[in-house]
Design a protein around this ligand. Structure first.
Ligand code: ADP
Length: 259
């Protein structure tokens, strides 16, 4: 068929990294970064060697979510050592600039920053490098999807978002650049009351599975809207590592096995 993707030789693989998987969303605020961090930690809990690249250059959230501060070091002044916590290796623009510094770069600078975080970092040997993509499906995301040698992409969506077709845009974007979509995760799938455990389908619920099927996408699983998920991430101790026996941690590990 007709392909808009770049030839493979223009996106060389990252030596030592077996697979690069993008976590993407049609728009911001759906819990993409929360999902990417917990998923990366769940993969590590399942026994994989995992790296996490925060490609959300304008709004890096991994330093805070993973409780990592400080700056990456370099032995030769060129290759950066990734930061590390909870057994995963992490690189983020948030380690390289102050948290309150506004990023007013243009596209090409963002791309070169991303390429450096991908290729000029000593990732070592990894089974999987999870890339937390910037939210949305605009030109920047398309270029990124083109220039990173992705093995596949996971789309995070809320139930509402699926209804509004934002997730469909994400699917189409990856299809345009010949990146296989591994499936869709429904986040904030339903609300769990932390006091009584009552479940409310706050954004309506259940459509995701059907939508995924209609779109020819695998449905990887659902994560509820739960206070513990937000609080643990805000504290820099994601639920997969701070409450490994919780239902939520199990759900993330289950999804991690499916991708
Ligand atoms: P995005 O990366 O899509 O912009 P974030 O991961 O930063 O979204 O999440 C946005 C906010 O929603 C954060 O405060 C986060 O803690 C919260 N959040 C995300 N997923 C959940 C969830 N399943 N339950 C509770 N809070 C969540």
């Amino acid at each position: 068929g007709h392909s808009h993707g770049q030839p493979a030789e223009q996106k060389p693989l990252v030596p030592g990294v077996k697979a690069i998987v993008a976590v993407a969303s049609g728009k911001g605020g759906v819990g993409k970064s929360t999902t990417a961090s917990n998923l990366a930690l769940a993969m590590a809990a399942n026994g994989l060697k995992v790296g996490l690249l925060d490609a959300d250059i304008y709004g890096p959230s991994m330093p805070r979510m993973l409780g990592i501060s400080g700056r990456p070091t370099s032995h030769d002044g060129r290759i950066l050592e990734p930061m590390e916590n909870y057994g995963i290796k992490v690189m983020s623009m948030g380690f390289l600039v102050a948290e309150d510094t506004p990023m007013i770069w243009r596209g090409p600078m963002v791309m070169s920053a991303l390429q450096q975080m991908l290729r000029d970092v000593n990732w070592g040997t990894l089974d999987v490098l999870v890339v937390d993509m910037p939210p949305g499906t605009g030109d920047a995301q398309l270029t990124m999807a083109q220039q990173v040698p992705l093995a596949g992409a996971i789309i995070v969506s809320t139930p509402q978002d699926i209804a509004l077709l934002d997730a469909r845009k994400g699917l189409n974007m990856f299809r345009r650049v010949d990146v296989p979509v591994l499936g869709i995760i429904e986040n904030m799938s339903y609300f769990c009351c932390p006091n009584c455990g009552h479940r409310t389908d706050i954004f309506s619920h259940g459509g995701a599975r059907k939508e995924a099927a209609d779109l020819g996408m695998e449905f990887l699983g659902e994560i509820p809207l739960h206070l513990d998920i937000r609080e643990t991430s805000d504290q820099g101790q994601p639920i997969v590592v701070s409450q490994p026996d919780s239902e939520h941690a199990k759900a993330y590990r289950g999804i991690a096995k499916r991708v």
